[in-house]
Write a protein that binds this ligand. Structure first.
Ligand code: ZN
Length: 612
């Protein structure tokens, strides 16, 4: 049977209008009724976006110049009748002014697009090749993971619709720097400027590529593209088969405490080229682009990716052991303070991502747990448990490698039950109890026991405002809790102080609401969040009743709140005093470090500052 051929031409000669003009030329489309659809979501971002809301001016022309009749029969679908087997010219426009990693943007400075917003699919022709060419302003260059077409100069070719959708384009005057690993070209394409040091970034990305390749043995692509957006805010990252887009705040490249967060984002997105893009449950590819797809395994796809993002930074030497353990401490602090950890399991968090994780609200802290955060910590526990049970012969690396060899490398997804089966095969014992408690259940994770196998213990304390400006850090810690209202205020720090979320476990849970504007404590005005923190810390005790005056929907109220002890929120991970040889060995192989690691501050410094 003859398959149709589809060629997209994307034009944006007047980028200031934020409109992509898209032509789709189709040949060999059989006679009869056909459907055009646009995805409602883009893989990796589990949120219904209804991209068709930005599509307009759709028309279909046959070679005689007459227009075909189109029926718009659902939010993302259009039907038409093809009378003959003549070529068709489908034309439409897409408004694109949403700056982000999984959206599309077009302005005077650049064009960035994801295929899910631009490329219509005809019927179910997902397995035919797609061609793309671009009409762009003079002087703009193209960065994409898509392969150039070897027959038509200037065209790009995707082997199928999934690859087309999975290959974003950055087009403009971006800075480009390249390196090779295994003789494979890697391009870093950076839009925007800040305090970036591209030479350093490329060097560090090369280190990340080499470190992660070691787990799987080779790089499963011919070339790789890092698209980097530098702007006034962090917009996260999105993974693809042989590219990623990472949105970084433009001044995050110095000092080291900022830059190490940038590296963890790149490390996370790069690791995804294996974990989720190739190793994935069968629901996550090939995709249904018309509706939500459900999986219980995002803790393994995202949480374990985050675990390896940091672990491979440590193994590569980019992170010191202290950097690694400090990052782990921060994750534990975030996990511990979240009441939702005892409400939602990891499997539920994954399944409900479409309506919960991607649609957070003021109550999320109480009812949900992030599959990134808890998934990462459970990854730590599982890795150390496999190492313990197998005498350090196998690890979570082995699990991922086996799943990759059996499924990922062959381009197929696995049934969900395969994950636990593979863990049990590698661990050579049952992990039913582990999965029941920490994946399907909400029991406290066994992180203390896990870290102890590697000779580490968790020191839990309470953060305190710093009393003395001679102290180095922003806060200090104590064995004793401070008085606590159990609220978080909005971060902008301005006046009035607005309540962002209320902890269901705190003393104000039934008294103060999210959105309330707090204006006074015990009759005295508060102008900023720190006023509340300072007065609670220094002027009150646990058990005191404070009168909180607030505006609720414009109505002045004063509510009495009895101050409770703040839950511990400061974690330090420290070596045990007298480790046995087994603990030392496990530590050393897990973190690729000698037991006597740097216990000072990070050994790493920022790239040198440019001359003043
Ligand atoms: Zn991710």
């Amino acid at each position: 049977m003859v398959q149709p051929t589809c060629h997209f031409t994307v034009s944006f000669l007047e980028p200031g209008n934020h409109i992509y003009d898209v032509a789709l030329d189709v040949t060999d489309l059989p006679e009869g009724r056909h459907a055009l659809t646009l995805p409602v979501w883009t893989p990796g971002a589990y949120k219904i976006e209804d991209f068709s809301r930005h599509l307009f001016d759709l028309s279909i022309q046959n070679p005689l110049g007459s227009l075909e009749e189109i029926t718009h029969d659902s939010k993302n679908r259009w039907l038409f009748e093809n009378a003959g087997d003549e070529p068709l010219h489908i034309h439409y426009r897409v408004y694109a002014f949403e700056f982000g990693v999984f959206t599309s943007h077009l302005d005077q400075t650049h064009a960035y697009f994801n295929g899910a917003q631009l490329f219509l699919l005809i019927d179910d022709y997902k397995d035919i090749p797609y061609f793309v060419s671009l009409k762009k302003p003079a002087g703009w260059t193209i960065s994409t993971g898509l392969d150039p077409d070897h027959i038509n100069p200037g065209w790009y070719k995707a082997l199928n619709y999934d690859i087309l959708i999975d290959s974003p384009f950055e087009i403009g005057t971006q800075s480009i720097i390249s390196f090779e690993v295994d003789e494979k070209p890697h391009q870093v394409a950076v839009y925007g400027h800040g305090n970036e040091d591209l030479g350093q970034l490329a060097k560090d990305l090369e280190t990340i590529v080499k470190s992660q390749r070691q787990i799987f043995g080779s790089l499963p692509y011919n070339h790789y593209t890092f698209i980097v957006h530098l702007s006034d805010k962090s917009t996260g990252g999105l993974e693809h088969l042989n590219s990623t887009t990472c949105g970084v705040e433009r001044f995050m490249f110095r000092p080291w405490k900022n830059y190490k967060r940038v590296l963890s984002l790149f490390s996370h997105e790069f690791f995804h080229l294996w974990n989720v893009k190739r190793i994935h449950p069968d629901m996550l590819g090939p995709f249904d682009y018309n509706k939500e797809v459900y999986t219980h395994l995002l803790w393994a796809m995202e949480g374990f990716t985050d675990y390896y993002a940091f672990l491979t930074l440590r193994r590569s030497g980019l992170y010191s052991v202290s950097d690694y353990l400090n990052a782990l401490s921060k994750k534990l602090e975030n996990y511990e303070k979240r009441p939702g950890k005892f409400v939602q399991s990891l499997a539920e968090s994954s399944f409900d991502t479409w309506i919960k994780f991607y649609r957070p609200d003021e109550d999320s802290v109480n009812r949900t747990i992030s599959y990134y955060l808890k998934g990462d910590l459970v990854g730590t526990c599982l890795d150390l448990e496999i190492r313990r049970r197998t005498g350090n012969q196998f690890s979570l690396d082995t699990v991922l490698r086996r799943l990759y060899e059996r499924y990922g490398e062959k381009g197929i997804g696995f049934p969900e039950s395969q994950y636990q089966d593979t863990v049990e095969e590698v661990g050579n014992s049952s992990f039913q109890d582990f999965f029941d408690k920490y994946i399907y259940g909400t029991e406290p994770i066994p992180i203390d026991e896990a870290l102890l196998t590697a000779g580490l213990r968790i020191d839990r304390q309470y953060s305190k405002l710093k009393e003395d400006d001679t102290e180095n850090s922003d806060s200090s810690s104590s064995q004793f809790p401070s008085p606590w209202l159990g609220i978080d205020t909005k971060n902008d720090g301005g006046y009035p102080v607005v309540v962002a979320q209320i902890y269901s476990t705190g003393p104000a849970a039934t008294l103060i609401n999210a959105g309330d504007q707090i204006i006074a404590l015990n009759g005295y005005q508060v102008k900023k969040p720190d006023d509340i923190k300072n007065r609670l810390e220094y002027d009150h005790h646990i058990g005191d009743t404070v009168a909180v005056s607030l505006f609720r929907q414009g109505h002045l109220l004063t509510v009495p709140v009895v101050l409770a002890p703040k839950p511990f929120d400061k974690v330090r991970i420290v070596p045990v005093d007298n480790p046995d040889p087994g603990q030392k060995t496990l530590f050393e192989s897990w973190l690729a470090s000698s037991w006597n690691y740097d216990q000072q501050a990070s050994s790493k410094t920022s790239p040198p500052s440019p001359a003043q």
